[in-house]
Design a protein around this ligand. Structure first.
Ligand code: GTP
Ligand code: MG
Length: 245
């Protein structure tokens, strides 16, 4: 499909360390339309479930820092005793070269490298925190880098579709195909059902608008076929902020 460059989109997450340190306004200022030429296409406050965290960081599954990455994005590390404060701000920015423009302002992943290589970038304000085992031995480090931004256009599509429903984005700003769903889909413990089962929750009902790629996935999965879009990513999104996962 021919893509209008003005419609490029990228996902930004303002992570729990940025929220805890009241850096939201500063980050939004650096990313403002005045500085970047980019417009808001979506914004929401999200309680990050374990399922959503795992789907977002699926590429890092198996790495030594993966468990701490999940705890970090879920807000458990910055709000250990205040679960009601655990959340991130998810944003979609739209405009010419959106992915690269925002990555440049974020700077390098590692805050120490960010300070050295790109003073003034957002991640230069981040921190490296030692990771310790039960005996207190340092086994690695955690990178608290305040912000996530999609790395390339393909990641942006996957990530925006994971964090946002079509109805979270104004219709004329949507760049990925959406469709009206025609079936009931229910979910329980990683399984999909076409009829209500005890303990299951309704993922989508007829008349709901959903990403076409999610409906394609649900059709395939309900027939027992495999799908590139995982059931977990569909459940994490349509059950977001519901306390049902
Ligand atoms: P994001 O915008 O958050 O995706 O960062 P990125 O694209 O610059 O880096 P990447 O996707 O490779 O890593 C995702 C997150 O995992 C980073 O933001 C870091 O918090 C963490 N991370 C990545 N690489 C390392 C590493 O080598 N060690 C540690 N401790 N954390 C890492
Ligand atoms: Mg990344």
């Amino acid at each position: 499909m021919e893509q209008n460059e003005e419609m490029d989109q990228t996902l930004v997450l303002i992570k729990p360390d940025a929220l805890k340190n009241s850096l939201t306004g500063y980050v939004l200022s650096l990313l403002s339309e005045f500085h970047t030429g980019l417009r808001f296409a979506g914004a929401k406050i999200v309680y990050v479930s374990n399922l959503l965290a795992e789907e977002h960081y699926a590429e890092h599954r198996g790495k030594i820092f993966f468990p701490s990455l999940l705890e970090y994005i879920m807000g458990q590390l910055h709000y250990p005793d205040e679960p009601w404060k655990r959340r991130v701000i998810a944003l979609v920015y739209q405009g010419h070269d959106a992915v690269q423009k925002i990555r440049d302002i974020c700077g390098p992943t590692n805050p120490h490298v960010a300070r050295e290589k790109k003073p003034g970038c957002i991640r230069a304000l981040g921190a490296l925190v030692p990771l310790k085992d039960a005996e207190g031995n340092v086994i690695g480090e955690r990178m608290d880098n305040l912000i996530h931004a999609s790395a390339v256009r393909e990641d942006a599509e996957r990530e925006i579709k994971l964090w946002f429903n079509p109805s979270d984005i104004p219709p004329f700003m949507r760049t990925y195909p959406a469709e009206v769903n025609e079936s009931f889909y229910y979910y329980r413990d990683g399984r999909l059902f076409l009829n209500h089962e005890p303990g299951s929750v309704c993922l989508l009902a007829p008349g709901d608008i959903a990403w076409k790629s999610d409906l394609d996935a649900l059709r395939l999965l309900s027939q027992g076929s495999s799908s590139t879009t995982s059931l977990g990513s569909v459940a994490a999104k349509y059950l977001m902020n519901t306390e049902k996962i």
